[in-house]
Design a binder for this molecule. Structure first.
Ligand SMILES: [Zn+2]
Length: 257
């Protein structure tokens, strides 16, 4: 949620569609590499990391198996046999696996909207959410009010949002501004000391603090399918959903500048 200047996807929603970039190796901590700047998303906020590769000047590639955030710094995990091919100061071209990234963008945006509808319809806050594979899940603070609630939730989401182009955008606010307008998200879980908070906004429907990657229009999410619910200790419930492929073909990632 804190804005780190080296991660362009945090500042610009469109940057989530960019999968190639050029950077320089800054350091090689155990098992990984830190770049001067990166577009790779590290595991966090319920969203799995990107995978991909570094392309070197001679055209060969080094696989990036996983990406993690260590004390706010993005570390690209590199296999030990490949590490000797990297050195500080080396120029690399990063390439993010687009299919995996785009699936996470769709799932994450879909979860935001489903959480928003659960709050608007039933007054239930989302306590945590996970994206992964071909779908995701989110945990509501209490049970759904009736036996048809889940069906109604998914029907509204699909009819009003996932089959229509509703704009998704970023907005940056101060903690004080968010407290005046807290929306569906409790602010008590936000890290302390933030100067600016990144809100992901679905026009007319939702805004929520989030540091993940998202699609630019709800239509890109495609239809979501109800994959059941699991009761949780304490009275809450976890709703699971799957993504169906969107009607339209996935947009091509943005070529490097
Ligand atoms: Zn998000």
């Amino acid at each position: 949620m804190a804005v780190r200047e080296e991660s362009a996807y945090l500042l610009d929603l469109e940057a989530g569609y960019q999968t190639r970039f050029t950077s320089v190796v800054r350091a090689l901590p155990p098992g990984g590499a830190i770049l001067e700047s990166t577009l790779f998303y590290p595991t966090g906020g319920g969203q799995p990391c990107d995978q991909g590769r570094f392309r070197l000047a001679d055209g060969s590639t080094v696989r990036v198996d996983a990406v993690e955030s260590r004390s706010g710094t993005t570390v690209h995990r590199i296999r030990s046999r490949d590490l000797p091919r990297l050195s500080p100061g080396l120029v690399v071209e990063g390439e993010i696996d687009w299919e995996r990234r785009y699936r996470h963008m769709r799932g994450h945006t879909g979860q935001h909207l489903l959480s928003a509808l659960a709050f608007r319809r039933f007054g239930l806050r989302t306590e945590r959410a996970r994206i992964g594979g071909a779908g995701g899940s989110f945990e509501l603070a209490g049970p759904l009010p009736g036996p048809s609630s889940r069906e109604e939730l998914y029907a509204q989401a699909n009819e009003e949002f996932f089959t229509r182009p509703v704009r998704v955008s970023l907005r940056f606010v101060s903690p004080e501004e968010l407290l005046r307008e807290p929306g569906r998200s409790g602010t008590e879980r936000l890290p302390q000391g933030l100067e600016r908070i990144r809100l992901v906004e679905i026009a007319g429907a939702d805004f929520a603090p989030c540091g993940g990657t998202h699609v630019r229009s709800t239509e890109e999410v495609g239809t979501v399918v109800d994959a059941g619910e699991v009761p949780l200790g304490g009275g809450g419930v976890r709703l699971e959903f799957r993504l169906k492929d969107p009607q339209r073909a996935a947009p091509s990632p943005i070529p490097p500048a």
